[in-house]
Design a binder for this molecule. Structure first.
Ligand code: PBG
Length: 329
């Protein structure tokens, strides 16, 4: 490994100039590395701010034009849609997830009509935006049922595929759902719909602001420890990924991001498949608050995002994806 020694070798030499630093850079970030999450809200002409997420808004469908035009112009490859569902539409089994006129379905149709294949659309497969208890599946006696939940997730997947969703992203953490969803998609001739499995999703405190954004925070009873992963574990993450690849996942997600760089790296090294990182809402808000209060400089955002690339992520889901003009050098 070591190819010389001081004074013949001076590693500072190539750091001397901006141009030579650029030439020896091992990693780079560009718009193509990012997926932009967009929160949706009912109604018309709405752009609502979200208290716990600085500079992130919810958009009514008719107001999606601006943010999508900018994303396409800036060469963002894909958006991820998340609905803020009104409480009166929520119930124990999240049946609004199967309504072809729910917010996500309407948004997919609007975007596909207007923009065709100029930008990809990714949608979560999970019930938490639609359940009265805020869990990702059907709750019975305080426990989220696995197999019964999958039956609904299959239909949610199929519906979103029918609407024109390009990438289905099961974020529910039920066992066995990737295989079952893949099978139904193939049977119904959606062979080219991609599956991005949130294979490694930890039960995390960093999701707080997101739950506020989609309105599942007040609803959530208890925590998600009986189905999301325990953050003391890393071998288990590799088992999750192995299973999902076998079941037909095209890409896998590791989530949250920054506290789990070790996992991103080991998944990438072991499986050599596309690995996406999710810089989640809590990471975003912590960092943004520190920058806004001038506790740290704005360059910290670039540094933070680069760590995902260094760890081996192919792409990053980030609430900074529509703010890259101010972040990338
Ligand atoms: C729901 C889902 C969550 C996030 C994405 N999809 C929250 C959760 O599991 O409670 C979190 C994203 C973020 O915090 O930015 N299945």
């Amino acid at each position: 490994m070591i190819t010389g020694k001081y004074p013949n070798l001076r590693l500072r030499r190539s750091r001397r100039y901006n141009w030579s630093r650029r030439l020896i850079a091992e990693n780079n970030l560009s718009a193509s590395d990012f997926i932009l999450p967009i929160f949706l809200t009912e109604g018309k002409n709405k752009i609502q701010s979200i208290k716990s997420m600085p500079n992130v808004n919810r958009y009514s469908i008719n107001n999606l034009g601006g943010i999508l035009d900018r994303a396409i112009k800036n060469k963002i490859p894909m958006v991820a849609l998340f609905p803020h569902t009104s409480t009166k539409l929520k119930n124990n089994i999240g049946s609004e997830s199967l309504n072809e006129n729910n917010l996500v379905c309407k948004a997919i149709r609007y975007i596909k009509n207007r923009y065709k294949d100029k930008i990809g659309i990714m949608c979560d497969v999970a019930l938490d935006p639609y359940t009265s208890h805020g869990h990702d599946g059907i709750l019975k006696s305080g426990y989220v049922l696995n197999d019964e939940t999958i039956e609904i997730l299959i239909n949610q997947s199929l519906l979103q595929a029918q609407m024109g969703c390009d990438v289905l992203a099961p974020s529910d953490m039920m066992d066995g759902r990737i295989g079952k969803i893949r099978k139904v998609l193939d049977k119904k001739n959606f062979k080219n719909v991609q599956l991005l499995s949130y294979a490694v999703k930890y039960s995390s405190s960093f999701y707080g602001p997101f739950r506020d954004a989609v309105g599942s925070k007040i609803a959530l009873k208890g925590n998600k420890k009986t189905y999301q992963m325990d953050f003391r574990n890393s071998d288990e993450a590799l088992r999750e990924v192995a299973l999902d690849i076998k079941e037909g996942a095209d890409m896998v997600m590791v989530k949250p991001g920054l506290p789990y760089l070790d996992i991103i790296k080991s998944v990438k090294e072991k499986f050599k498949i596309p690995v996406f990182a999710y810089q989640v809402s809590g990471e975003y808000s912590m960092l943004s608050n520190a920058v806004n209060k001038k506790i740290i400089g704005k360059e910290a955002i670039y540094e933070n995002l680069m760590s995902f690339k260094r760890a081996g992520a192919n792409a990053i889901v980030s609430y900074y994806a529509d703010k890259l003009n101010e972040i990338l050098p």
